[in-house]
Ligand binder design. Structure first.
Ligand code: ZN
Length: 220
């Protein structure tokens, strides 16, 4: 994915950093046996992990347990550092539905050794991303139904109302660490229902009112 556009006439963004939030829905933290965070839990993915709709997720040979995590994704449109809560949403250019693919077996091993999650989260094709819609077409980012089906069967269904840290707070927190730049993405965390995918599966990620994200799965 070389660039992002919200509309044909709008600005073009080069992909920047992919900021991801872990454990942002209580039921998902619980299903993996994790305590609820007191601050947003932040990790990064490389932009080389991006995959457009219509593409195929590659199951890396290093893993035999790749999981889907469907998420609301924010595209940053305006540079900012130490952004205030009042101005937070002004820094968003658009939204999309995305998948934070995770090699769960690699992640569990890293967790047990106290190692970072970079490998488990960073493989090529591990950040599928749907087409964007403009910020102005989303009335309330904290009232969106988020859903993922695999081969037509619903695996994940949640609502952004259940986020522990809403989008505004994520922007405040992330901008206290990183300067947010146009083209940066924030993957805002996943609701419960994460599970394994296999070669040949067809994934359909949806947020009401957004263009869909459809991806397949294959071996290398
Ligand atoms: Zn995630």
């Amino acid at each position: 994915m070389d660039e992002f556009r919200i509309s044909d006439k709008g600005p073009v963004f080069s992909p920047g950093k992919l900021i991801c939030i872990g454990r942002n829905y209580a039921k998902h933290a619980k299903e993996l046996g994790n305590a609820l965070p007191e601050q947003p839990m932040v990790f990064l993915k490389p932009a080389s992990a991006l995959l457009s709709t219509g593409g195929k997720i590659i199951i890396p040979s290093m893993s035999s347990d790749v999981h889907h995590e469907v998420e609301l994704v924010c595209l940053i449109g305006k540079m900012g550092k130490n952004i205030s809560i009042e101005n937070a949403l002004d820094h968003i250019a658009g939204y999309a539905v995305g998948l934070d693919m995770t090699a769960r077996d690699v992640q569990n091993e890293a967790k047990s050794k106290g190692h970072p999650w970079t490998v488990a989260k960073g493989f090529d094709t591990f950040a599928p991303l749907g087409p964007f819609i403009s910020r102005s077409s989303v009335l309330d980012p904290q009232n969106l139904q988020v859903e993922l089906t695999v081969n037509g069967i619903v695996r994940q269904s949640g609502n952004t109302a259940d986020m522990i840290f809403p989008v505004k707070k994520l922007i405040v927190w992330c901008s206290s660490i990183f300067t947010l730049m146009p083209g940066d993405l924030i993957y805002t965390g996943t609701p419960e229902g994460v599970s394994q995918i296999r070669a040949g599966d067809e994934l359909e990620a949806r947020i009401e009112g957004f263009p869909e994200l459809n991806v397949g799965v294959r071996h290398p």
